[in-house]
Design a protein around this ligand. Structure first.
Ligand code: SF4
Length: 187
Protein backbone atom coordinates (compact mmCIF):
# COMPACT_ATOMS: atom_id res chain seq x y z
CA UNK A 1 0.00 0.00 0.00
CA UNK A 2 1.41 3.40 -0.85
CA UNK A 3 0.22 6.92 -0.31
CA UNK A 4 -0.77 9.36 -3.03
CA UNK A 5 -0.26 13.06 -2.48
CA UNK A 6 -3.44 15.07 -2.92
CA UNK A 7 -3.39 18.81 -3.58
CA UNK A 8 0.23 19.68 -2.80
CA UNK A 9 1.91 21.02 0.32
CA UNK A 10 0.05 23.59 2.42
CA UNK A 11 2.33 25.95 4.30
CA UNK A 12 1.29 27.57 7.56
CA UNK A 13 3.06 29.45 10.31
CA UNK A 14 5.48 26.96 11.90
CA UNK A 15 4.48 23.90 9.88
CA UNK A 16 3.28 22.54 6.55
CA UNK A 17 0.93 19.68 5.80
CA UNK A 18 -0.06 17.34 2.99
CA UNK A 19 -3.14 15.24 2.43
CA UNK A 20 -2.52 11.75 1.13
CA UNK A 21 -4.81 8.91 0.20
CA UNK A 22 -4.15 5.37 -0.76
CA UNK A 23 -3.23 4.39 -4.27
CA UNK A 24 -5.91 1.75 -4.64
CA UNK A 25 -8.69 4.21 -3.85
CA UNK A 26 -7.69 7.55 -5.39
CA UNK A 27 -11.26 8.90 -5.42
CA UNK A 28 -11.74 8.38 -1.69
CA UNK A 29 -12.93 11.39 0.29
CA UNK A 30 -10.96 10.25 3.32
CA UNK A 31 -7.33 11.24 3.66
CA UNK A 32 -4.41 10.98 5.99
CA UNK A 33 -2.48 14.07 6.99
CA UNK A 34 1.27 14.38 7.25
CA UNK A 35 2.15 17.51 9.15
CA UNK A 36 5.83 18.58 8.98
CA UNK A 37 7.04 20.66 11.92
CA UNK A 38 9.53 23.46 11.30
CA UNK A 39 10.89 23.23 14.84
CA UNK A 40 11.67 19.68 16.05
CA UNK A 41 9.87 18.56 19.23
CA UNK A 42 11.96 15.52 20.20
CA UNK A 43 12.67 17.02 23.62
CA UNK A 44 8.97 17.64 24.21
CA UNK A 45 7.79 14.06 23.57
CA UNK A 46 8.07 12.90 27.23
CA UNK A 47 6.11 16.00 28.28
CA UNK A 48 3.45 15.60 25.61
CA UNK A 49 3.10 11.94 26.60
CA UNK A 50 2.48 13.07 30.18
CA UNK A 51 -0.46 15.29 29.27
CA UNK A 52 -2.09 13.72 26.24
CA UNK A 53 -5.02 11.51 27.21
CA UNK A 54 -4.78 7.78 26.50
CA UNK A 55 -1.53 7.77 24.59
CA UNK A 56 1.20 5.17 24.28
CA UNK A 57 4.84 6.18 24.56
CA UNK A 58 8.11 4.47 25.33
CA UNK A 59 11.10 6.72 25.73
CA UNK A 60 13.63 6.12 22.97
CA UNK A 61 11.13 5.03 20.33
CA UNK A 62 10.67 8.61 19.18
CA UNK A 63 6.91 8.38 18.73
CA UNK A 64 3.73 8.90 20.71
CA UNK A 65 0.69 6.99 19.47
CA UNK A 66 -2.87 7.73 20.38
CA UNK A 67 -6.39 7.50 19.12
CA UNK A 68 -8.56 10.57 19.25
CA UNK A 69 -12.17 10.73 18.04
CA UNK A 70 -11.56 7.76 15.76
CA UNK A 71 -8.35 9.15 14.26
CA UNK A 72 -5.01 7.45 14.75
CA UNK A 73 -2.39 10.04 15.61
CA UNK A 74 1.38 9.53 15.54
CA UNK A 75 3.56 12.27 17.02
CA UNK A 76 7.23 12.18 16.01
CA UNK A 77 10.06 14.61 16.61
CA UNK A 78 9.65 16.21 13.21
CA UNK A 79 6.10 15.40 12.12
CA UNK A 80 2.60 14.40 13.12
CA UNK A 81 0.44 11.97 11.18
CA UNK A 82 -3.35 11.87 11.51
CA UNK A 83 -5.64 9.39 9.76
CA UNK A 84 -9.10 9.73 8.28
CA UNK A 85 -9.69 13.44 7.83
CA UNK A 86 -12.43 14.50 5.43
CA UNK A 87 -10.65 17.28 3.56
CA UNK A 88 -8.52 20.39 3.72
CA UNK A 89 -10.53 22.24 6.37
CA UNK A 90 -10.69 19.20 8.63
CA UNK A 91 -6.94 18.62 8.18
CA UNK A 92 -6.21 22.25 9.01
CA UNK A 93 -8.31 22.04 12.19
CA UNK A 94 -6.44 18.95 13.35
CA UNK A 95 -3.07 20.52 12.63
CA UNK A 96 -4.01 23.66 14.56
CA UNK A 97 -5.22 21.52 17.45
CA UNK A 98 -1.80 19.89 17.72
CA UNK A 99 0.07 23.14 17.22
CA UNK A 100 -1.87 24.55 20.19
CA UNK A 101 -1.05 21.48 22.30
CA UNK A 102 2.64 21.66 21.49
CA UNK A 103 2.73 25.35 22.34
CA UNK A 104 0.86 24.73 25.57
CA UNK A 105 3.30 22.00 26.63
CA UNK A 106 6.29 24.10 25.64
CA UNK A 107 4.97 26.94 27.79
CA UNK A 108 4.20 24.73 30.81
CA UNK A 109 7.17 22.38 30.46
CA UNK A 110 8.74 23.25 33.81
CA UNK A 111 5.57 22.30 35.65
CA UNK A 112 5.01 18.96 33.86
CA UNK A 113 6.54 15.71 35.10
CA UNK A 114 7.86 13.97 31.95
CA UNK A 115 7.15 10.25 31.51
CA UNK A 116 9.49 7.50 30.31
CA UNK A 117 6.76 5.04 29.49
CA UNK A 118 3.00 5.10 29.15
CA UNK A 119 0.77 2.34 27.87
CA UNK A 120 -2.98 2.27 27.41
CA UNK A 121 -5.29 -0.30 25.97
CA UNK A 122 -5.58 0.35 22.24
CA UNK A 123 -8.11 -2.22 21.30
CA UNK A 124 -9.57 -0.36 18.31
CA UNK A 125 -6.06 0.34 17.11
CA UNK A 126 -5.10 -3.30 17.58
CA UNK A 127 -8.09 -4.33 15.48
CA UNK A 128 -7.33 -1.73 12.83
CA UNK A 129 -3.71 -2.83 12.56
CA UNK A 130 -4.78 -6.33 11.59
CA UNK A 131 -7.06 -5.11 8.81
CA UNK A 132 -5.76 -4.58 5.26
CA UNK A 133 -6.08 -0.77 5.71
CA UNK A 134 -7.15 -0.30 2.10
CA UNK A 135 -10.53 1.36 2.87
CA UNK A 136 -12.01 -0.74 0.06
CA UNK A 137 -15.57 -0.44 1.40
CA UNK A 138 -16.48 -4.09 0.78
CA UNK A 139 -17.66 -4.48 4.39
CA UNK A 140 -20.11 -1.58 4.00
CA UNK A 141 -17.98 0.89 5.97
CA UNK A 142 -16.18 3.74 4.24
CA UNK A 143 -12.92 3.07 6.06
CA UNK A 144 -11.16 0.25 7.86
CA UNK A 145 -11.09 2.45 10.96
CA UNK A 146 -14.90 2.71 10.94
CA UNK A 147 -15.10 -1.07 10.60
CA UNK A 148 -12.59 -1.54 13.44
CA UNK A 149 -14.72 0.70 15.66
CA UNK A 150 -17.79 -1.45 14.92
CA UNK A 151 -15.83 -4.61 15.76
CA UNK A 152 -14.70 -2.94 18.98
CA UNK A 153 -18.35 -2.15 19.85
CA UNK A 154 -19.10 -5.83 19.16
CA UNK A 155 -21.57 -4.98 16.40
CA UNK A 156 -19.87 -7.13 13.75
CA UNK A 157 -17.35 -9.98 13.85
CA UNK A 158 -13.80 -9.17 12.83
CA UNK A 159 -14.00 -11.96 10.27
CA UNK A 160 -16.80 -10.19 8.36
CA UNK A 161 -14.09 -8.17 6.61
CA UNK A 162 -13.88 -10.16 3.35
CA UNK A 163 -10.33 -8.98 2.74
CA UNK A 164 -8.61 -10.57 5.73
CA UNK A 165 -6.80 -13.88 5.27
CA UNK A 166 -7.95 -16.23 8.07
CA UNK A 167 -5.20 -18.68 7.13
CA UNK A 168 -2.56 -16.12 8.12
CA UNK A 169 -1.22 -17.35 11.49
CA UNK A 170 -1.23 -13.85 12.99
CA UNK A 171 -4.84 -13.29 11.93
CA UNK A 172 -5.80 -16.71 13.23
CA UNK A 173 -4.23 -15.97 16.63
CA UNK A 174 -5.97 -12.61 16.74
CA UNK A 175 -9.37 -14.16 15.94
CA UNK A 176 -8.86 -16.60 18.82
CA UNK A 177 -7.84 -13.74 21.10
CA UNK A 178 -11.02 -11.83 20.21
CA UNK A 179 -13.14 -14.92 20.82
CA UNK A 180 -11.52 -15.41 24.22
CA UNK A 181 -12.54 -11.85 25.11
CA UNK A 182 -16.15 -12.47 24.13
CA UNK A 183 -16.19 -10.74 20.76
CA UNK A 184 -18.78 -12.18 18.36
CA UNK A 185 -17.55 -14.99 16.16
CA UNK A 186 -17.96 -14.98 12.40
CA UNK A 187 -20.09 -17.41 10.44
S1 SF4 B 1 -13.76 -4.77 3.82
FE1 SF4 B 1 -12.00 -4.91 5.20
S2 SF4 B 1 -10.36 -3.92 4.05
FE2 SF4 B 1 -12.27 -3.25 3.11
S3 SF4 B 1 -12.86 -1.35 4.22
FE3 SF4 B 1 -13.86 -3.02 5.25
S4 SF4 B 1 -12.43 -3.53 6.89
FE4 SF4 B 1 -11.25 -2.36 5.40
Amino acid sequence: MSDVLVGGIHRRDGYSFQLVNIECMPQSDHYNVIMALEEPIDDLLPYLAAVLPACTYVHGTGVINLMEEGHIVGIYGDRITITDVTGLDDAQEWCERYVARIEDVRRRKDSIQPVERRQVSLTVLEIYRRLPQTNCGACGDATCMAFAARVFRREVPFTSCPEIRPEDPEISRFVNQLAAQGFPAGS
